[in-house]
Design a protein around this ligand. Sequence first.
Ligand code: ARG
Length: 672
Amino acid sequence: MNIQSMIAERFGAALTAMGVEPAEYLDMIRPSQDPKFGDFQANFAMPLGKKLGKAPRDVAADVVERLEYADFLETPEIAGPGFINLRVKTDWLARLTQSESADDRLGVEEVTKPRRYVLDYSAPNVAKPLHVGHIRSTMIGNALAHILKFLGHRVVSDNHLGDWGTQFGMIIYGYRNFLDEVAYKEKPVEELARLYRLVRQLVDYYAAKGQESKLSDAVVEASNRLDAQKAVCADAQARDAAEKTKESKDALKKANKERERLSKALESAREQYDGARSKIDGVEKDPEVFALAKGRESIGQDVLNETSKLHHGNDANCSLWRQFIPQCMKDVERIYWALNVKFDVQLGESFYNDRLPGLVERLKKQGVARETEGAIGLFLPNQEIPMLIQKSDGAYLYATTDLATLEYRRDTFQPDAILYVVDFRQSLHFEQLFEAAKYLDMGNVELKHVKFGTVLGEDGKPFKTRAGKAVELRSLIVEARERAYEIVSANDAARPESERFTEEEKIETARRVGVGALVYADLSQNRESDYVFSYEKMLAMNGNTATYMQYAYARVRSIFAKGGIDVDALRREFADGTRVLTLDEPEERALAFELVKFQNALENVVRDYRPNFLTAYLYELANKYSSFFEKCPVLKAEDETVRMNRLLLCDLTARTIAKGLELLGIQTVERM
Ligand code: ARG
């Protein structure tokens, strides 16, 4: 049940009866900021009054006159210039809460018009270890898949693995040139990752060397230009001091602006040069790597050749690829296991290889793809640059595969919507892809790039290891678990001997707490903003963290354990009407009111695919529970009726938190 929508529906009918198109006004019915003004407030009387040429208070009175409310609302109150304050009847709220408690779905209704969704998330390039950014795509996508399914939509989650790109050319090259056979026998995944990193380093090294002198010239040039502009600025300054006219002032402003621009250009030229230098030093200052680099000037091209041979079905390369993939996948699967993530299908880029030539031919025939500087580009109406779909050497690109994937999904899943949970840096790619989709006969499918920002280190820059490498997701999971283990052990040591965890329980609890913290910290952010990674914050017992939620849940469970309460009997007595829930204390009412907002929170998530609406809801719920718990004794309640009432509220709180966390991909613990 979504009370807010119910209110909106009633207002919609009243406004329509008055001959008013309701949509824009219904958006102005919101939860009240202050309980003084009731539970909801309708603030549209002012704009509507203006439109109708009537006093807002009169308009408000007209609307209320036509409003059908008495079954669940107190008499609406018109306040100030025409605010309509709405208060839900407490006995109605109690009945609703009781009925939601009797429902396995906690009162969350399934949508009447389910849509078919394809969710494209995680999709790592499997030749290299997953890094910190992958938690974002993986967990945001996972949460959206769970929530959409729970609301009754049909969802196919598809892991579009990067199992086919240049990275495999690198591994194949590495395998042929640098393999440590012993290491490969013992730990194949690590050895392949090492080969990938090494070859990548050497490719980057030679690329950087090739560009070094050009980049260094660019720095000199940019610096000269800036110096020249500084002189221009000084002149303009002197002129303006003498003339003080509008013209001289404008000229000075313009000169300074140009200096600003050139100084930024210099900065960026320096950064590029430094970047290249550090790649060069990285190799040349490491004698072992430097020795391997000698004589491999053509490595960049060689790697491309290996990739191209693979894509064109070369036996030797294909058989190596078939040997590597399961090894790479083992590593990826281990992470999914740790994160408790599953997919409905995993169709990687390689799956689409055979479809690419036909697709490009068709687009050429359609007249929308044609040659551009030796390559084949797709010319899109609203895009300046064409989208490349075949390189001059015949190789296909990331975009080509994505187009083939669209067609496959169209034919196989008939989706109403396809969501791509991918880093915001790929925005241009998806803009182009969605434009290009217009040539593919997709019907009116919603295509949406669910973009997300960057994970930052404490220094506010993209989160890197001390050595400047991407932080591996595996190491984050391990450390989060270790830190959680410390917390769990400390809590455990404070318990009487007889109640302590076994070692196994401790490890499992630490796993749930650690991984939960990591995942929740990510999902609780507005997905489009960057956020700073911090173990301390994410594992805090207080605040908007998984730890706090898991703790709130465990606390309820411990009340039931301590009181020796039979939960099933409790639920049954309220479900069959033997008992009737009442909400007598303001904190009980406030908690119940929050509990029945669960569906609303889930609908808010789905509106723009933002899981942080659910974490914010859970946090609010846990806070309402805390206030309730402080004011309203449960096990020591004054009598049996009150006690059972409050136990039901506790139970429903725990179930809502557990369900909410589960939808986010986070497990609960009975004790912590
Ligand atoms: N493998 C890509 C990467 O790591 C992400 C793929 C996202 N999905 C897609 N259909 N393009 O950048």
